[in-house]
Each structure stands twice: as C-alpha cells, then as structure tokens.
Design a protein around this ligand. Sequence first.
Ligand SMILES: Cc1ncc(COP(=O)(O)O)c(C=O)c1O
Length: 492
Amino acid sequence: MRCYDGLIVGDLVAETTAASIAEERVGLIARVAGYASEYLAGVDGRAVAPSAEAVAGLAALCGELPAGATDAGEVVGLLHRYGSPATTVNSAGRYFGFVNGGMVPAALGAAMLVNAWDQNAGLRVLSPVAAELEAVAIGWVAELLGLPSEVGRDGIGGVGGTIGGAVVTGATMANFCCLAAARHAILERAGWDVEQDGLFGAPPITVVVGDEVHSSLVKALGMLGLGRSRVIRVPVDGQGRMRVDALPHLDANSILCLQAGNVNTGSFDPAAAICPAARAAGAWIHVDGAFGLWAAASPGYKHLTAGYELADSWATDGHKWPNVGYDCGVALVRDSAALKAAMSISAAYLVQGEQREPSHYNPELSRRARGVELWAALRSLGRAGMAEIVERTSAHARRFAEGLRGAGFEVLNEVVINQVLVSFGTPERTLAVVAGLQREGTCWCAATVWQGRTAMRISVSSWVTTEADVEASLGAMVRVAASTEELAVVRA
Ligand SMILES: Cc1ncc(COP(=O)(O)O)c(C=O)c1O
C-alpha cells in the first residue's frame, strides 16, 4: 500500500512539476512578447542612441552574482526595464552606422521560435530541421548571388551537386572559412596536408589583397597563420577599387582576395577585368562580399557583380542587406571538398548521417540554428523582396547624396549602392557634426577617414527605412551642420 501510495504521490509530483514548468514557460513567453511589443512600438519615437542616463542605468544589472535563485520573469523584467532603454535603435529606420540591417519580421518570428526550439544545429541527428533549412538557405543565397549552379546545392533534400557552404556568425567567419578552404586546396596541390601538419615548413602561399581590404579579412588571414602583414597590397583608385594595371604576378600558389562592396564607398573591385586571367593562372580567387554581393539580386544593380561568379569562394552576410538578425554570415566555396577538408570533425560519439552534416563545413560543433532565421528571411522576401531592399536602400543613399550636395556639402564617393561619404569641411567640423547628430538623436551615423579625408559615413541597409526617415535625417544633418558652423563662427 505504501508503495502504491508512493507511486501515486510520485507521479502526481512529477506531473505537477512538468505542468508547472510548462505553465511558467508559457507565462514567461507571453510576458516577453509584451516587452518585445512595447519595445518595438516605442522605437520610432525614441532617440536612436540611448541617453547617458539609460546607459548609466545599466548599473542596476551589474551587481554581484546573487547567492540564490531569482524568478525568470523578474530577470527578464529587469532586462526590459534597464536593458531596453540602453539599446541603440536598430529596428527603426534611421540607424545608418556601420552596415546594419534591421530584422525583417519573418526573421524576428523565426528567431523567437528557434529559441523556443532550443536546437543544437551542429549535427543532423540533433536537429533535422536546422540541418535541412540551413542547406536550403545556402542554396538560395548562392542563387541570389548569381553563383554557378553547382555551388551551394548538395545535401538539400537529395539534390545532387557540390555544396561548399556554411552559415556562420558573420562575414569575418565567412572569410575565415573560405580562406581556410583556399589554404587547404593550394597546399594540397603542393603535396602538403595543412590540417595535419600545420604551416611549419609548408610551401609558401602568396596572398594578394586590395589596399582597401576590409580589416576582418586581414584578421582572418592572421587567424589562419597566413599573416596579417604577409600580403601583397594592390594599389587602388579613388573609390577603393583594385587597380588592374597594378596586379602582381599570380600563380597556382596565390590567393587573390577581391572585394564586392567597400565598407566606406560601396565600390566593387573590377572582377570582370581581373578574374579570367587570375583563373587562367590557377590562383584561388576569394570574394569578400559582406554586403555588396547582394547587388546581384537586383536586375538594376547586378552589373556591378559581373565577373565575381568566376571566383572560388565567396563570403557574405545575412545580417547586412538581407536583414536577418544577428548573427548570420554565409561562406560559399566552389570546391566543397576543400571546405570540408578544412572544417570537418569526427569522433566516435558524433553520429554522422548520410546527408550533409553542418559541422563538417563550419568551425563550430554546437551552434545556434541561425540558418533557420536566414531561411525564414529569404522565404518571406523572395527574389523580388531582396531586389527591392537593394534598390530602395540604394535610392535612399542617392537621395542623401543629392540632399547633402544641395546643402553645400561635399560627397566624397560615387554613390554606386547604399553607402555615402560626406565631408562637412574641416575634419574638426565633420567630427563635430557626427557627434552633434548622435546627440541630437534623429538618426545615427559614424565617422570614418577615407583616403586621408575625415568623413561621415551613411549606410542605408535597413528594410525599415522610409522616404520620411531619409528626409527627417537629412533635415537633422543640415540643422546640426548649421549649428556647428555657428559655433565655429562664435569661437573664431
Ligand atoms: C566588406 C566587409 N567585409 C567584412 C565585414 C565584416 O563583417 P561581420 O561584421 O559580419 O563579421 C564587413 C563589415 O562591415 C564588411 O563591410
């Protein structure tokens, strides 16, 4: 009887516990949905940068680790109360810093669901949905970027071909994966197994980059033992494009790194003029196309990407122009075996299936199912939606350039896509305008130095940005610039 009683009591306790866990989770999700809705409903009326008080308020979250437990709802409540005001507003349409997209609704919804799923996307057996959708998304990215049909295809619902693709944290890691594949392929041809034997005593590899190479690619070279400085830097023109006449000798031991979309000017290396000869010489051609490669998705801008399809590897971002949330980058490699050789992992306990295993193609084992968010964003945008983002944001950039020129300021770049560089005169005044604009709060831009000139960078990358956002931001730029001019006059 006692046993029987015990069983009943035990079952009831277990049932009550499972039910209460479920209830707590459901309650928490409803509460968080309320916070998230409140946050998103409020962003449009808020200054883009958080106030100094809001940042100071983070002190409330920075105490000692509590000795005991805190209710999850209370923890998230604290986050909303002190964390939400200390964010920069990326989700409204007036954030023009770095190359930050917003987050299309399908990606936001998918991110919330993916978090509820709590999937480990390292192996297919751990998450069939993550493995399958990541592979599909890689294929869609390859298609949108206009890459050869064999790239990014294998392992997707039985479709044949060669996939060399990975969904990683961003273009930095995408560059890393692609360059690791390049390193493997070149040294394998020379009879050297770099994964087993490392670079000690390996045949030399020549790495060629444009002088305006993105610092993240240089960092990736450093992480791969290829050296941040041990590169040949090719001189560039006034827009940052590699000069074809200045290219060094290339051969089968060379990695040539091209750039599609300079982070300052948006310019493209002239791939059509460079790639045929580089390919004929046997060089591995890598493209850093963190945002610019997406121009290929638009009929109106596709011409800018001509020639890049001849490359061997391509790095791009989901969290830039496609407006997937953070963090999301994509590496694509023509020779899937080279990427797999560089990244694959095996151990007795790691169950391997017949189909593509994500962990064979990227640097991580356990990982978020970020490919699902990429899939959701592309599934909702479709080809037309992706083209529209490229076209609309680039039109906004042209309007910024026209408005600022009209107000008497100098635009330093040819506005080919979504990037604008503007000088307000002296470096001091330009920096004062940037600081003033960030304080004023209508919009947010950062400063840069372009070929010796201090400039303000405007990157229009968010799907949310409207014409009204652009006009309001232009108005603020001109107003703040006028007030810094008055200040300069008063000081003089
Ligand atoms: C051309 C280029 N490459 C690489 C990166 C690095 O991208 P991520 O921050 O996603 O690693 C950027 C970022 O702006 C970029 O513009």
